[in-house]
Write a protein that binds this ligand. Structure first.
Ligand code: CAA
Length: 379
């Protein structure tokens, strides 16, 4: 058993922490207020190697492990959970998918610029009628010589309006159910792919989530990811890894909210003493710290299992389930501990409270995580 981070992981954590404290913190509230996309920060994350943390150096990545990746997402999210999800989607939903399932040509042409931050990626599975029931795909892809013709509407595409490449799932043979779904690597700059709207959201507002439409979009066949009919399996495999990223995002949100509450409890005085001296407050802080530690250990362990080549499906879902519910619980308590000030946009806990909620929803709701875990338990 080894609970110590390596020297490299500690240095990485410090580097990301300094980056967000200096570069992201001053603008995080304003970007949230105006749902403003962080163009400059995304560029810098690319330069720092944060967009392809676990991608091999051969394909433009930083060549680190998945524990390091979890540390990066946690640290980004501790200050700005929008940056956390932008990076998480690019790293684990897109780069990981291409590195695992892509051809050599796809890795050279697409993975290398995505992992090095010169291009941005998105992942597109959800549809108006396909949320938790991801197999209910209505988007179609019909083979036409060296092309596929794609038609349909996709929802909740994180990074959609700024992405260059999207991993898109579409039906190639509706008679085969999940085995009729195929994955594609969409070039968003080609005609026929458009952003219908950017959602006006409760939280993670600086990260954009889009509805996108495909109207007779022509995709060259070399951009198919994997074989025809493998798309559902590819999407599920990608999401297994992605869930570690969202668990890490949730740990970061919980940590950010906790630190704000701890600080406030030291400076806020009522009845003649700092409020942390009241047992109700002190015990709440103790419970927060304990739950965050448990969530972090679950998350790092799931990442470690992936690094060791062990099965990690159940572990990633457990980490995501527990960490996201921890983030929501901690953020709620942090608002309560601030009293009326917690309800004001002048304090960061109000934003963490709104940002935490999505971690219980995307990349599989808490209910879907329980379904995955319970299925794995009896496998
Ligand atoms: N890992 C690998 N393979 C898996 C898998 C997993 N976790 N779950 C299912 N599969 C495989 C099964 O083994 C099966 O393969 P075979 O046919 O070869 O045996 C195949 O997929 C079909 O599986 P099921 O019959 O279990 O499929 P199902 O229709 O019952 O659905 C589900 C399973 C777990 C409910 C799935 O639909 C699911 O995960 N839903 C949630 C979807 C989700 O997470 N969406 C998030 C959207 S992405 C997002 O949020 C993006 C963003 O931008 C942040």
């Amino acid at each position: 058993m080894e609970f110590q981070l390596t020297e490299d992981q500690l240095m990485l954590r410090d580097m990301v922490r300094q980056f967000v404290e200096k570069e992201a913190k001053p603008t995080v509230a304003e970007r949230d207020e105006h749902a403003r996309w962080p163009t400059e920060l995304v560029r810098k994350m690319g330069e720092l190697g944060l967009m392809g943390v676990a991608v091999s150096e051969e394909y433009g990545g930083a060549g680190m492990d998945y524990v390091s990746y979890a540390i990066v997402i946690e640290e980004l999210s501790r200050v700005d959970p929008s940056l956390g999800v932008i990076a998480s989607v690019n790293n684990s939903l897109v780069c990981y998918g291409i590195e695992k399932f892509g051809t050599e040509e796809q890795k050279r042409e697409l993975l290398t610029p995505l992992a090095s931050g010169r291009m941005l990626g998105a992942f597109s599975l959800s549809e108006p009628g396909a949320g938790s029931d991801a197999a209910a795909q209505r988007t179609t892809a019909v083979r036409d010589g060296d092309y596929y013709i794609i038609n349909g509407v996709k929802n909740w595409v994180t990074n959609g309006d700024h992405a260059d490449t999207i991993i898109l799932m579409a039906m190639t043979d509706p008679s085969k159910g999940t085995k009729g779904i195929t994955a594609f690597l969409v070039d968003t700059h080609a005609p026929g792919c458009r952003v219908v709207k950017v959602e006006n959201k409760l939280g993670i507002r600086s990260a954009h989530s889009c509805q996108m439409a495909y109207d007779n979009y022509r995709l060259p066949a070399w951009r198919r990811l994997g074989e025809e009919g493998q798309g559902f399996k590819i999407a599920m495999t990608i999401l297994n890894a992605g869930r570690i990223g969202i668990a890490a995002q949730a740990v970061g949100i919980a940590q950010g909210a906790f630190e704000a509450a701890l600080e406030y409890s030291k400076v806020r005085e009522q009845f003649g003493k700092p409020i942390h001296e009241f047992q109700a407050v002190g015990f709440t802080l103790a419970d927060m710290a304990t739950r965050i530690k448990a969530a972090r250990l679950l998350t790092y362990e799931a990442a470690w299992r992936k690094d060791q080549g062990l099965d990690f499906i159940k572990d990633a879902s457990m980490a995501k389930l527990f960490a996201s519910e921890t983030a929501m619980w901690v953020a709620t308590k942090a608002v309560q501990l601030h009293g009326s000030n917690g309800y004001s946009k002048e304090y960061p806990v109000e934003r963490f409270f709104r940002d935490a909620k999505i971690t219980e929803i995307y990349e599989g709701t808490s209910e879907i995580q329980r379904l995955v875990i319970s299925r794995e338990l009896v496998r």
